[in-house]
Design a protein around this ligand. Structure first.
Ligand SMILES: [Zn+2]
Length: 213
């Protein structure tokens, strides 16, 4: 049995329940050339939120120039993994499991497959799935709670994930240990970090998992 927890606890309930609006909205408006773009400050679903567009010039999928409020899907919940007892995040709208690479997710949970129940994979199957298309991040380092890489390396890995059928599993090797992350997490939580006059891309350590791959 899968235990489900609704997050966050103080989320307002719509419909027939009493409704109390949240004091803070999950996004804020950023003024851009020609209008405004809404920046999310709460986790959102990277699969069914409409925040990306394909840029022909750079041949890359990137964040849209202008994001509308309604582009975001914030309807997430926690599930508990029956085997490990770990909490993981699932999208209520498209059922995307945040532990899954984004391309797999788009095939599994994307449009047209919304009605299908999600069958849980055994850990062995999940390992097999994970071991496909491993992509090593070159010259990765660690500082102040962030795994760091060059901007070019970040772009290369993201581009590769969109070009590879079934997506990729990014792995960073640091101090003799390997860590993995999903592409949606990389794209959602990355930050530009300046270190010794060089701009690097950093993703917080908490989103990486140790792996034996
Ligand atoms: Zn979703």
């Amino acid at each position: 049995m899968v235990e489900e927890i609704t997050v966050p606890d103080d989320k307002p309930v719509s419909g027939f329940e009493e409704y109390e609006p949240l004091p803070d909205e999950p996004y804020y408006a950023k003024t851009i050339k020609g209008g405004e773009s809404w920046i999310a400050i709460q986790p959102y679903c990277p699969v069914c939120s409409k925040t990306l567009s394909y840029d022909r010039n750079s041949n890359m999928v990137r964040t849209k120039w202008s994001i509308d409020k309604k582009d975001y899907v914030f309807d997430l919940r926690y599930n508990i993994d029956e085997e490990t007892g770990d909490k993981y995040v699932v999208c209520n709208k498209c059922r995307y499991d945040f532990r899954t690479p984004v391309e797999d997710a788009r095939q599994k949970y994307g449009s047209g497959s919304k009605k299908k129940p999600v069958k849980k994979k055994s850990r062995f199957e999940a390992d097999q799935l994970l071991s496909t298309n491993i992509e090593f991040i070159k010259n990765g380092t660690f500082a102040d709670g962030f795994f760091l890489m060059s901007v070019d390396e970040f772009k290369r890995v993201i581009t590769k994930s969109y070009e590879t059928k079934g997506g990729i599993t990014p792995i960073i090797s640091y101090g003799g240990t390997k860590y993995t992350i999903t592409i949606p997490q990389m794209m959602t939580f990355y930050k530009e970090i300046e270190q010794e006059n060089e701009v690097l891309v950093g993703i917080p350590r908490i989103y990486w998992k140790q792996t034996a791959l």
